[in-house]
Design a protein around this ligand. Structure first.
Ligand SMILES: Cc1cc2nc3c(=O)[nH]c(=O)nc-3n(C[C@H](O)[C@H](O)[C@H](O)COP(=O)(O)O)c2cc1C
Length: 189
């Protein structure tokens, strides 16, 4: 796999999934391979709090269906995260994933963290929310990018914040999906 997407929406035909699909289509149009991990559909748990990754940075001691994909973050060329806003924050599925990402950071002796993911990867984000103001959940969105893409040293090439309504679902919204496609293209260098 080259571009790896983690989708935190349980709805395979929903807004987040439509935007992620277009981003991956854009990446494939540049000749790269893509893989989408639908977090709701795999059997994984949140962080065990065992702190094994403090002794062995870059490796999560928990072994489940997320494990090979955590490893794949180190070898992919770009990562997409898709997430709906639930109860003013990330979906639960995505939060479990973010906690497991802790294993990809090492503690620095002077404080702070260092990414254990090799540099040079691209990153894009697809968010869908019900509220009409696209900046309403800015803090949650910045948190997600900070803990994953930019925190791990990836280059953020694009972000979509879709505001859901009966008139404007992501599916069939050509302008939005073209924007997503374009971001996917930019993820391949
Ligand atoms: C449990 C739940 C909680 C939600 N909470 C919020 C919220 O706090 N703010 C908001 O703007 N939209 C909220 N929504 C609406 C979704 O974010 C919105 O419909 C989004 O488009 C769903 O994405 P999806 O189609 O990918 O599942 C919520 C939806 C659900 C099911």
């Amino acid at each position: 796999m080259q571009i790896l997407a983690f989708n935190g929406s349980p709805r395979s035909q929903g807004n987040t999934s439509a935007i992620v699909a277009s981003m991956l289509e854009g990446a494939r149009s540049r000749g790269t391979q893509t893989t989408e991990v639908r977090l709701h559909d795999i059997n994984f748990k949140g962080c065990l709090g065992c702190l094994g990754c403090r002794k062995n940075p870059g490796f999560c001691s928990a072994k489940d269906e997320l494990s090979p994909y955590l490893e794949a973050i180190k070898t992919c060329t770009g990562m997409v995260l898709g997430c709906p806003i639930y109860m003013y924050r990330l979906s639960g599925q995505m939060k479990l994933f973010v906690d497991r990402i802790y294993s990809l950071y090492a503690n620095l002796p002077q404080g702070g963290y260092k990414s254990m993911v090799p540099p040079g990867k691209t990153y894009a984000l697809a968010i869908s929310q019900g509220a009409p103001d696209p900046v309403q959940y800015q803090k949650s969105i910045m948190y997600l990018t900070g803990m994953t893409g930019s925190g791990l040293g990836m280059d953020v090439v694009g972000k979509i914040v879709h505001t859901d309504s009966a008139e404007k679902p992501a599916t069939g919204n050509q302008e939005l999906l073209e924007q997503a496609f374009d971001i996917g293209r930019k993820m391949v260098r």
